[in-house]
Structures are given as C-alpha cells and as structure tokens.
Design a protein. Structure first.
Length: 198
C-alpha cells in the first residue's frame, strides 16, 4: 500500500480521477438549480436536468465499445475529459437556456464517456496486489472531489452570486486531468492483453 502511495503513475491517475469526479459531482449537485433558474416548473426542471444523463448513457456504451475495438485507452480517457471541460466552460458564456443545456449535455457526454475507460488505465501498469492497492489509492484520493468539487462550487456561488466561477473551476480541473492522462505512460502490451485473450 505504501509503495502505491508513492508511485508517480498512481498519484497521477488519482489526480485525473479527482478532476473527473469533481466535474461529475459539481455538475450533478448544481444542475437542477441551474435549470430551475430557467423559470421551469419543478417537474420540467427534473425532466430537463435528466437530459445530460441520457446523453451520458449513450456515450458510456458507445465510447467504451470504441475503446475496446481500437484497444486504446489513454486518448479515449483524455478526449472525453476535454469534451466535458469544454462543455462546462462554454455553458458559462451562454444565456439561452436551450444552448446552455446543449452545452451541458456535451459535458455529460464527456464525463460519462471517460468514467469506464479511465478504470482500464491502472491495470495497464499494475498487476496483482499492487493493482488492488493502486486502485484503492486512486479511488480514495479521487473521490475526495465528491466533497471538494461541490463545496468549492457552492462557496464560489456564495461569493459571486453566479455559477460561472464554479463551473470554470470544474472545467479547469478537467483540463488538468486531460493533460495528465495524456502524459502518463503505460505498458501497451498489458493494454492489448484483453483483446488478445478474446
């Protein structure tokens, strides 16, 4: 466990997952309030708030299958992180409710496309007990964003009176995660092993 804590790639993936989780939870917690500000009824707020998740279901299945078909993981993690960050950032510049929701659906596409592919990365350089410990460390550190992301977004909203600053912070974390995902090196032979076994 101690070796996993000191492994630079484990720490790097922890930061990648932190950024991904921050975008996921930060958006999830505040999306209904953002949508409610459009002037919709409670029922319509619920329906409209669900659209990024519908897009996310489609992207999760399609992008995951694409990653399996091409047997490539790093780009298939980094690109959706960029898409999610871009969607969140662009939404802050849009006042039209329809355009804002399209932008947030783009963000949902990226977030949910990245999640399943991300978890293939630890096994591309870890195995055995080290893999279990590494995944535990990545999950533990990354999930701290489940608190930090929404908390920071709420604090920024309280200070500024708008969601723009918090959303831009989430987008910045997504860009950092994307950069680290592209920088991490791993064993392509391990990445291809599941496809070879099939």
């Amino acid at each position: 466990m101690a070796q996993s804590l000191l492994n630079p790639r484990v720490l790097g993936l922890s930061v990648v997952y932190f950024g991904l989780v921050a975008m996921n939870y930060g958006l999830s917690f505040f999306l209904p309030q953002i949508v409610k500000a459009f002037g919709l009824s409670t029922f319509m707020t619920t329906v409209v708030s669900a659209t990024p998740y519908v897009v996310g279901v489609i992207s999760m299945v399609w992008w995951g299958r694409r990653s399996d078909r091409t047997v490539e993981r790093r780009f298939h993690t980094a690109f959706p992180l960029f898409v999610a960050a871009a969607g969140i950032a662009v939404s802050t510049a849009l006042d039209d409710p329809t355009l804002k929701m399209i932008s947030l659906c783009v963000a949902g596409f990226g977030i949910f496309a990245a999640l399943p592919v991300f978890w293939t990365l630890p096994t591309a350089f870890l195995s055995g007990a080290a893999c279990a410990a590494g995944i535990a460390v990545i999950n533990s550190i990354g999930n701290l964003a489940g608190f930090a992301g929404p908390y920071a977004m709420g604090w920024i909203k309280d200070q500024t009176g708008t969601y723009a600053g918090g959303l831009l912070l989430l987008a910045a974390l997504g860009i950092i995660a994307m950069g680290l995902a592209l920088m991490l090196r791993h064993d392509h032979a391990l990445e291809s092993a599941p496809a070879a076994a099939e």
